[in-house]
Design a protein around this ligand. Structure first.
Ligand code: AMP
Ligand code: ZN
Length: 200
């Protein structure tokens, strides 16, 4: 846990450490990365201290994303780039060095290689079963089913207690003998109509 008073990006947000600011609003600040991966490489941070994206409340994350999108357009136009890569690392395992949420907005040029995600991580071959297990694990992690919710069943009108017949007046369930008689009668009717006979 990083102390906000010592956090590098909190200090930049408070104006205690200089930075080449390119955008600022009530909640967000954007400034040039001191070690640019390309000219125009910009960091976009929330002014409030959160170590990772997952800690940000949904409402704040929504506004933050709107600012990142705005910066993507600004940077692309500002340095005449042909593309933009947006990158964000959360946790040491992901390579996060500064423990204050930040998105890298990096201009990309058609002269560069390699152009895509391959420049960050090489792709792995995973078999179908493993992919299914991974998908299931991620899906379950939300705690909510991903399929469409089933429509609510129509409300069933329940009879009032008064209208429910007393046990003594309930009809006995139809027995096997009764059912046989019913089937015979139906075949008899069929015989009469078409002149075909059946043996039982
Ligand atoms: P990350 O590795 O995703 O945590 O990215 C941290 C980034 O912060 C790196 O790209 C650094 O170059 C950048 N950085 C570190 N100190 C400063 C600073 N004082 N001003 C601007 N960028 C910085
Ligand atoms: Zn901070």
């Amino acid at each position: 846990m990083v102390d906000e008073s010592k956090c590098l990006f909190c200090r930049i947000a408070r104006g205690e450490i200089p930075a080449k600011k390119v955008y600022e609003d009530a909640d967000t600040l954007a400034f040039l990365d001191i070690n640019p991966r390309n000219p125009g490489h910009t960091l976009v941070i929330p002014k409030k201290h959160y170590e990772t994206l997952m800690e940000m409340p949904d409402g704040e994350a929504g506004n933050y994303f709107a600012s990142i999108k705005k910066l993507a357009s600004m940077v692309m136009k500002g340095v005449n780039a042909q593309g933009i890569s947006v990158a964000n690392s959360n946790g040491q395992a992901a390579g996060q060095v500064v423990a204050h949420v930040h998105f890298h907005v990096i201009p990309r040029f058609s002269t560069e290689t390699p152009p895509g995600l391959e420049s960050i991580l090489s792709s792995k071959r995973l078999d179908e079963k493993t992919m299914d297990q991974i998908a299931e694990g991620i899906t379950k992690a939300s705690g909510k089913p991903t399929e469409q919710p089933r429509p609510e069943p129509e409300p069933v009108e329940r009879p009032s207690l008064e209208s429910v017949p007393k046990p003594s007046s309930l009809k006995q369930p139809e027995g096997e003998e009764h059912k046989k008689k019913q089937v015979k009668k139906e075949f008899k009717d069929f015989e009469d109509e078409d002149g075909i006979s059946f043996d039982f």
